[in-house]
Design a protein around this ligand. Structure first.
Ligand code: GLA
Length: 389
């Protein structure tokens, strides 16, 4: 945990410039990729994310009144201000709602929260499906826990951050993004069982095998993401009800032939995705545990993409094009990551083939008249922690 704060990207203000005094302390939390296990977290299933080196830093200082002020180095303009009692779902505009939502959630838990100045600064690409919002929530939750000595452990921080997003921002997300931001370890993937929140850190060093996890930010504009995400959740809940299980996690792959005919076609497809995706997480972990060449994980990634595209129906032209181009250029596997309908794809590539894959993905997007993608390398990094101001 911890380490120096990074200050890359377009920094337009500091805490002192915004508020005229110094911060008391700072926490930073990372964005994430997800190697495999998509749309499984709200089905009590398994996920295998890793933290990115890109982070959001929250600098904070107590106030003597009940005013909460939030500003960001990446968002020009004066701080957003709200009194603690006035924090409510939908009451705070823009990205500040993620920060004030954390305050609201702590207040709702009966914790002694007071006024505070918060300054945010980060380099997690926003709108790229790399969980910049979870990074923000977790950085704020950790900073406020330290500031007020609330004594929250890592799992409580995850829970506070997730509830802030569910209740105060109104996004019905699962727990993966906040868990990845808090519980990840450098050089490891995070295997999380979302039913009981147990974790295992699985060593993963792509560079040792001459490999790279290439992230392709498709820059696809968001389309109805929230509504579609909520609909997928409802469909999964309905399918588990019809099948008489607590969650789709309880359906095993060899039970699918008996289970799917009991569901209407759409619910059957959603169920098949979740059940096979959980199996792919287990398959990935088995390969890595056995010390196999990670290239062997590639086909599981590509199978996950097909399942997300055809059965769960959360992909889009930009993601499909990026995945197809990366595979055609020699990627061992590629898939969309995160909620879908835009955002990023992940490709497992030989490090010395990176430039060729990048060129092919760019050319593929251009040919299809899609936005020019952006690229970054996912180096499994540390979870959230305190950092110097
Ligand atoms: C989003 C949500 C996560 C998870 C993924 C899909 O990132 O925030 O909780 O459901 O989509 O795997």
């Amino acid at each position: 945990m911890g380490g120096p704060c990074r200050r890359r990207g377009a920094v337009v203000s500091t805490f002192a410039q915004a508020y005229g005094h110094a911060p008391e302390l700072a926490w930073r939390a990372p964005g994430r990729i997800n190697v495999i296990g998509e749309h499984t977290d709200y089905n009590d299933g398994f996920v295998l994310p890793a933290a990115l080196p890109q982070t959001v830093t929250a600098r904070v200082a107590r106030r003597s009144d009940d005013l909460v002020r939030v500003c960001s180095a990446q968002v020009p303009g004066p701080p957003v201000e709200v009194r603690i009692d006035a924090i409510a779902p939908g009451a705070v505009p823009g990205a500040a709602a993620y920060a004030t939502g954390v305050l609201g959630e702590l207040r709702d838990r009966g914790m002694a929260v007071t006024g505070v100045d918060i300054h945010l600064d980060g380099d997690v690409p926003r709108g790229a499906g790399l969980s910049s919002s979870a990074a923000l929530e977790c950085a704020v939750a950790g900073a406020l826990d330290s500031l007020w000595g609330l004594g929250l452990d890592a799992r409580a921080l995850v829970d506070v951050a997730r509830r802030a997003e569910n209740v105060y921002v109104g996004v019905p997300c699962g727990v993966m993004d906040q868990a990845a931001a808090v519980l990840s370890r450098a050089g490891h993937l995070l295997l999380l069982d979302t039913r009981d929140m147990t974790t295992r850190h699985i060593p993963f060093d792509p560079a040792a095998f001459g490999l790279e996890l290439l992230v392709i930010d498709t820059r696809a504009p968001h389309r109805l993401v929230d509504g579609e995400y909520a609909r997928r959740r409802e469909q999964c809940a309905r399918a588990s009800e019809l099948l008489g299980v607590a969650a789709l996690r309880d359906v095993q792959p060899d039970e699918l032939p008996g289970a799917l005919p009991r569901l209407e076609p759409v619910l059957a497809r959603r169920t098949r995705h979740v059940v096979t995706e959980n199996a792919r997480v287990r398959g990935t972990v088995a390969l890595l545990d056995a010390g196999e060449d990670p290239r062997r994980v590639g086909p599981l990634l590509t199978a996950a993409h097909r399942s997300l595209r055809d059965d769960f129906e959360v992909s889009c032209a930009e993601l499909d094009t990026a995945v197809a181009s990366a595979l055609a250029a020699g990627a061992y596997g590629a898939r969309m990551i995160g909620g879908g309908f835009g955002g990023s794809a992940l490709a497992l590539v030989d490090a010395d083939r990176r430039a060729a894959v990048v060129a092919a993905v760019r050319a593929g997007a251009e040919q299809a008249a899609l936005p020019e993608p952006a690229f970054l390398t996912a180096q499994p990094s540390a979870g959230a922690g305190a950092c110097p101001c």
